[in-house]
Design a binder for this molecule. Structure first.
Ligand code: MN
Length: 237
């Protein structure tokens, strides 16, 4: 039976991705999708991008892909001097990529929906409707959402003090069952209407994938399988 396979945040950890794929052994007809943040921080950004394309693995936009696109355009404008302002891993990733690669990154969708399954990198706020013409604020949430404060407002990553609840704990399911990444959890974060599969491979955790059976254009969200491989090392020290 055909499957939909979604990979957690790869962050250039190509060796682990290859190991995970060899464990899963995808067949022709399976649909493979990266949850975004397949590049940056880890060892092989460009090679991972090429590998995804070669194996027809789809991806949604992660905040790291969005960031590299932004940096690339600033670099084009400001020239060499701009590079010295960047973090070393951002700079390394940026310099690996060519114009065609950036064009590919710019083509990534902010979400993918297959039947009742939805894939986004960060998360979605209840009441938000996924559509082709979302504004920049909504796109930012899709790639970056993590915690709400007491007033249910999304807060920036570094506002540790006001973390009240993680978005997926309150998600109402109206935009489908969501597979997301972005926030590394020590173990897969399982909710009623969502599942977080970033298990921090680049930080020495594991690379996780989730697979669903896909028959007659129907995804069985109740019945999924988790796959994981251990990181070779902490790639981001
Ligand atoms: Mn991310």
């Amino acid at each position: 039976m055909p499957k939909i396979i979604v990979y957690g945040d790869i962050h250039g950890c190509l060796d682990e991705l290859k190991q995970l794929r060899s464990d899963i052994n995808p067949k022709k007809g399976d649909i493979e999708i990266s949850v975004g943040d397949f590049l940056n921080k880890g060892p092989y950004s460009l090679k991972t991008l090429r590998y995804l394309n070669k194996h027809h693995i789809l991806s949604v936009m992660g905040n790291n892909e969005a960031k590299i696109i932004k940096l690339y355009h600033r670099y084009q404008k400001q020239g060499e001097s701009y590079l010295s302002t960047l973090r070393s891993s951002d700079k390394k990733t940026l310099l690996e990529l060519g114009t065609d690669d950036i064009t590919y990154l710019e083509s990534l969708p902010y979400y993918l929906k297959i039947d009742t399954l939805t894939i986004v990198h960060g998360g979605i706020v209840n009441g938000m409707q996924l559509s082709e013409n979302m504004n920049d604020k909504e796109k930012k949430l899709l790639t970056q959402l993590r915690f709400y404060n007491k007033k249910h407002e999304p807060i920036p990553y570094d506002d540790f003090e006001n973390r009240e609840v993680f978005w997926s704990e309150e998600y109402d399911g109206k935009e489908g069952f969501i597979v997301f990444g972005h926030h590394p959890f020590p173990e897969v974060k399982i909710e009623k209407n969502a599942i977080g599969i970033d298990t921090g491979c680049v930080y020495g955790g594991t690379l996780t994938a989730i697979s669903f059976t896909y028959k007659d254009k129907k995804v069985n969200i109740k019945k999924y399988t988790l796959h994981e491989v251990k990181a070779i090392t902490n790639h981001f020290r």
